[in-house]
Design a protein around this ligand. Structure first.
Ligand code: IMP
Length: 458
């Protein structure tokens, strides 16, 4: 069977911990979208590993697959694999032949466009990894796929078409001199060909490429368990998120089918677990109706969108939760839990269960609030509106919960749900009841053992 893990908010919900928690029963972990914009930290046998592309299960001896819906930067991939090998691990990673390749000019273009948009305060706040430009070329039918790296003639033909186009975009549209950019080789067909052909040879020599859909279907037919690991979250989904402040892929459950080649029926027959952080964080621009505030550095878009009413509380939660980006190190904006957002995410992905993370971070507060509904133009809304402009106008109607004390969270995790403070349980049960979805797991600390497990999906 499959279990699909989906971020229900804006990314950084702690998906990696839940993948890890249920990972023992898994044979294969497949990512279905995104690239090295994601970041997760895995602790294995006392060692900490920071990964952005290699699926976390690969650290624990599982087969890790990057599905066709991913965009793969081979520089990052091989850096991560080499580092893991130097540290004594031998990760088994397979890459979909249909996955698109992030080429050096994609990163450059990501930077140029963000810079341009920042002149009018319109930047998305991307991770700068070239994600958007790569998906643009995929949709524009001018991309380079992993399978193309294995065939020198095809690779050269594709590069000879696309690279001069990108050079022209830089020079004629953005009016920049390619030779004065940090990485002029990114726009040189021969340089890109040499480097990426070498990656192709390595993919081939190490037998790393697969037809992902066929590979995963065969795995399931053999009775093995497959976990489909989403990166990012629902509200930065290109279709169901707050466009244009989104990433360029589908972190929602539909993406698990299109991004792996498994059918929607196979994904739907399994479990779909929505990962919920007990409060809200956001890196990058865009509205956040339950934002607590905390002007941090030059967080893009903050001046326009941020309410900034309770900076001290936001700073407290940010420090307690270690809310700094894994990939970029940027401090995250902080808000209260947003129920209209979660109702939207639950509908889009059809969660069969949820996992609520970081409940411990809120311990010690006198009062914990949630945005229960929104008011938009005098009307009460239970779910998110479809346009970002409407969402920016939504005012959250808050509900208040009595806070809960710090306890020994490791003990609580061992004893089980009943060991949680009463007020924390009231909070969990409110979320379950509003989403009509049971909490399969409750994260009460960063360690592997600090999760209360109520349901084993496999
Ligand atoms: P991109 O994916 O780098 O193009 O960035 C687009 C938007 O998605 C920006 O607001 C990023 O901050 C956000 N984003 C991308 N990846 C992550 C992630 O792993 N966690 C949280 N936000 C992310």
């Amino acid at each position: 069977m499959t279990v699909t893990i989906v971020g229900s908010q804006l990314g950084d919900e702690g998906k990696g911990g839940i993948v890890d928690l249920y990972g023992d029963d898994v044979d294969v972990v497949a990512r279905y979208q995104g690239g090295d914009n994601a970041g997760h930290t895995v602790v294995h046998e006392g060692e900490e590993y920071k990964l952005s592309l290699v699926p976390s299960g690969a650290i624990r001896g599982k087969v890790g697959v990057l599905g066709n819906g991913c965009v793969v930067n081979p520089r990052t991939l091989f850096d991560e694999i080499d580092t893991l090998q130097e540290r004594g691990l031998d990760p088994d990673v397979r890459i979909a032949e249909r996955a698109h390749v992030i080429l050096p000019f994609h990163r450059v273009l990501d930077g140029i466009e963000e810079e341009l948009k920042s002149e009018t305060d319109d930047e998305v706040g991307t991770t700068g990894r070239g994600i958007g430009p790569t998906y643009e070329d995929k949709a524009g039918r001018r991309g380079v796929r992993v399978g193309d790296l294995l065939d020198p003639d095809v690779l050269r033909e594709r590069l000879e078409y696309v690279v001069p186009q990108k050079r022209a975009v830089v020079e004629d549209v953005y009016d920049l001199d390619v030779d004065e950019l940090d990485d002029p080789d990114a726009f040189d067909v021969d340089a890109v060909f040499e480097e990426f052909r070498e990656f192709g040879r390595r993919f081939e020599a190490e037998d790393m490429t697969v037809n992902a859909g066929a590979f995963l279907s065969a795995t399931i037919d053999e009775g093995q368990n497959v976990m489909l690991e989403g990166a990012q979250g629902t509200i930065i989904d290109i279709d169901h998120g707050n466009y244009p402040y989104v990433t360029s892929s589908n972190p929602t459950a539909g993406g698990a089918a299109t991004g792996t080649g498994l059918s929607p029926g196979v994904v739907g027959d399994g479990e779909v677990i929505g990962i919920v952080k007990a409060y809200l964080t956001r890196v990058g621009s865009g509205p956040l109706p339950t934002e607590l505030g905390g002007v941090v550095g030059d967080t893009p878009g903050y001046d326009e969108q941020g309410e900034g009413e309770n900076e001290e509380l936001a700073n407290y939660i940010r420090e307690e939760g270690g809310e700094y980006g894994t990939v970029t190190g940027r401090p995250r904006r902080v808000g209260w839990l947003d129920l209209p957002m979660l109702r939207h995410s639950t509908r889009v992905s059809g969660f069969t269960g949820i996992a609520i993370n970081h409940l411990d971070v809120l311990a010690g507060l006198d009062e914990v609030k949630v945005g229960h509904t929104y008011t938009l133009d005098g009307e009460e809304l239970a779910s998110m509106p479809a346009t970002t402009e409407q969402w920016a106008k939504c005012e959250a109607n808050f509900r208040s919960f009595d806070g809960w004390p710090e306890v020994d969270w490791a003990d609580a995790a061992e004893e089980g749900y009943d060991a949680l403070p009463e007020n924390a349980k009231a909070y969990v049960e409110y979320i379950e009841s509003e989403l009509d979805t049971p909490a399969y797991a409750i994260g009460v600390g960063p360690g592997r053992g600090e999760t209360i497990v109520r349901e084993q999906p496999f």
